[in-house]
Design a protein around this ligand. Structure first.
Ligand SMILES: Nc1nc2c(ncn2[C@@H]2O[C@H](COP(=O)(O)OP(=O)(O)OP(=O)(O)O)[C@@H](O)[C@H]2O)c(=O)[nH]1
Length: 350
């Protein structure tokens, strides 16, 4: 059985670490309360530890980071308010690291929305229990922490977005690049492998390659060739659904990931794209065509193998005369290996 490697995202690692650290931080306090007979408080803390640990486990299993980071934050904030009221306002000191953790886990806007009611709930207690000067200093320090966390979180997000753009998008066409394709295929493959309900995680790849692009470049020039790649990208982005993803795999090769679609449905989409390319005037007075290979996700397979099956189907389409769609049928165990190797040898000699 092949071993499927799972590459965890930074977000997953952050949430799992935050849940472990939170659970381990609160647990000794729960034990301490229990030993001192504060059973109610110990119970709240144990429940918080269990929920927080479950959230970490959920991320590990489902790889969802959006809902789990929000849930983790809500639990921490609810625990903070509950313990402040159950013990006393000495617990308020935990507000500072919790504000930072919430901003660390969520967007600045979401964090502000979660923190506003929490702080409003804590203020009456602080007002009642603290002297005016203590209340004022708590208020000022919380506001400073909030402003600082908010500004830093927004700045990090801006820089992160810019960096993600550079890392994940192709500079010429603006399509997603090969690096993000590799990550995405890995994720889809591992989700498909892990989930029992396979039907909901089905996906297919359409890999296509512009026909005779070298000749187009040689006759019309490289800049005109670039225009074709740019126009083709615009064209296809308008054709596919919001849930589909479009990538430039390299050179004149592109990939569409069709989420929730089987081999035959994706084959139909590939045929639509093929006809659209042929009929669109991507460059004046020139008919551009492309050849397609389509492969459906299958279990117990490395993601690169999934793409390689589409690649083999694409080469068969090229060999059969180009400007056509071929499907990689997972059930049909025909050995295309030799044909594929011969074709590659032939290509490298040309
Ligand atoms: N204009 C332009 N050309 C590119 C770019 N990237 C790769 N190419 C060219 O794409 C051409 C690909 O040539 P081949 O791999 O021989 O493929 P082909 O001519 O399309 O032939 P078939 O695949 O057999 O149809 C090469 O001439 C590359 O220089 C690019 O970003 N812009």
């Amino acid at each position: 059985m092949p071993k499927i490697k799972i590459h965890r995202s930074v977000e997953e690692i952050l949430i799992m670490s935050a849940s472990i650290v939170s659970a381990l931080t609160v647990l000794p306090f729960a034990i301490y309360r229990y030993i001192n007979g504060q059973y109610g408080i110990a119970l709240v803390e144990v429940v918080a530890v269990l929920i927080v640990a479950s959230i970490g486990l959920l991320v590990w299993k489902t790889r969802d980071t959006i809902y789990t980071s929000a849930s983790l934050s809500v639990i921490m904030l609810a625990g903070l308010v509950a313990l402040n009221y159950m013990i006393d306002s000495s617990i308020f000191i935990w507000t500072y690291p919790i504000i930072m953790t919430v901003y660390f886990l969520n967007s600045a806007k979401k964090s502000a929305l979660m923190l506003a009611p929490t702080l409003l709930a804590l203020l009456p207690l602080m007002y009642m229990e603290k002297t005016s000067i203590q209340f004022a200093s708590a208020l000022v320090t919380v506001i400073i922490t909030l402003i600082f966390s908010h500004v830093v979180s927004r700045k990090i997000k801006q820089q992160n977005d810019r960096l993600q753009n550079l890392i994940n998008y192709d500079g010429l066409t603006g399509a997603l690049n090969r690096r993000s394709l590799d990550d995405r295929l890995d994720l889809l493959q591992s989700l498909y492998f892990r989930h029992k309900t396979r039907g909901s995680n089905i996906a297919s790849v359409i890999l296509f390659d512009i026909d005779d692009f070298k000749i187009i470049n040689d006759t019309r020039g490289h800049l005109e060739g670039d225009k074709i790649l740019i126009n083709l990208t615009k064209h296809i982005k308008q054709m596919i659904r919001k849930t589909d993803e479009f990538y430039r795999y390299g050179g004149e090769e592109f990939v569409v990931i069709v989420n929730g679609s089987n081999l035959y449905k994706s084959g139909e989409l590939a045929e639509k794209i093929r006809a659209a390319i042929e009929n669109a005037e991507l460059l004046k007075d020139l008919t551009v065509t492309a050849s397609f290979g389509v492969a459906e996700i299958q279990s117990l397979e490395e993601s690169q193998n999934w793409l390689a099956r589409a690649d083999k189907a694409l080469y068969r389409a090229k060999r059969a005369g180009k400007n056509r769609v071929y499907l990689a049928n997972p059930e049909k165990r025909i050995d295309y290996e030799k044909e594929y190797e011969d074709y590659k040898k032939e290509k490298s000699r040309a």
